[in-house]
Design a protein around this ligand. Structure first.
Ligand SMILES: [Zn+2]
Length: 254
């Protein structure tokens, strides 16, 4: 097969692939939201899309369905260009993905949120779906702490602190976008944002008051030391770690 991206395939080849054993489908869940003055608003979407693609390839016998491009971003709405879904809207989209894909012979459906605001909606949706579709394994990678920890571990190996790596438009995400879409990055605008610790209390403040309560420029972290080569490593290692965890989730689920 030339591609595992179903949006680039036709129904004949998709049907043949499923019949020949490609019975797993992976879906990224990104966002359309501000990512500081230097990154494009589809940052989480292009990261989620490449992670879902790599995870599907690593799992083998898996196809990739179209990445969900908009997510739950109310905490970014004070910035122009952010488009946010209500939690129930995102859940409804996830329900409809499963309602559709379950008709085609997929036995495992895996959702990969790449934006913090989507994890709760994904978790809730998966719980509700699993009782309805008992013959299909439906998995969501909903451990946001682990997701961030993996990013920070890799950052630390590069000598980047957790605070610089950040959780939003900092060194990690900026390096990833440099690797994926360098021409969309405004390097002359790299500037540190919030560099304090990211505790549960701080996270609560972000969701309640919006990200501008912490950083006027909408950045949590410091993009100054971002670079493309590191970005490639972040993407590859993150995909490895997530794939390993998904394998465990798949084998632990009946
Ligand atoms: Zn992001």
């Amino acid at each position: 097969m030339k591609t595992i991206r179903m949006e680039e395939m036709n129904w004949v080849d998709i049907g043949d692939a499923i019949k020949s054993g490609f019975t797993t489908v992976v879906i990224g869940i990104g966002s359309t939201e501000q990512h500081g003055p230097h990154l494009p608003t589809h940052t989480d979407t292009i990261i989620g899309d490449i992670l879902a693609n790599k995870i599907a390839l690593k799992l083998e016998n898996a196809l990739q369905a179209q990445t969900i491009r908009v997510g739950c971003s109310d905490h970014h709405l004070s910035f122009p260009g952010t488009i946010s879904l209500e939690k129930d809207t995102l859940k409804a989209i996830i329900f409809d993905y499963v309602r559709s894909l379950s008709k085609h012979g997929f036995q495992k459906i895996i959702f990969i949120p790449s934006h913090g605001g989507n994890f709760v909606a994904t978790q809730e949706a998966i719980e509700e779906l699993q009782s309805k579709y008992q013959d299909i394994k439906i998995i969501g990678y909903t451990n946001i702490l682990k997701f961030i920890m993996y990013e920070w571990q890799i950052a630390n190996e590069f000598g980047i602190t957790n605070e610089e790596a950040g959780v939003h438009a900092g060194e990690v995400e900026t390096s990833q976008v440099l690797a994926l879409a360098e021409n969309q990055v405004r390097k002359e605008r790299f500037k540190p944002g919030y560099l304090g610790s990211y505790s549960a209390e701080i996270e609560k403040l972000v969701y309640e008051k919006g990200i501008s309560a912490l950083s006027e420029i909408g950045v949590l972290g410091d993009p100054t030391h971002a670079d493309m080569e590191k970005g490639k490593v972040y993407i590859e290692k993150l995909a490895d770690n997530l794939t390993n965890d998904i394998r465990k989730l798949l084998s632990s689920k009946k």
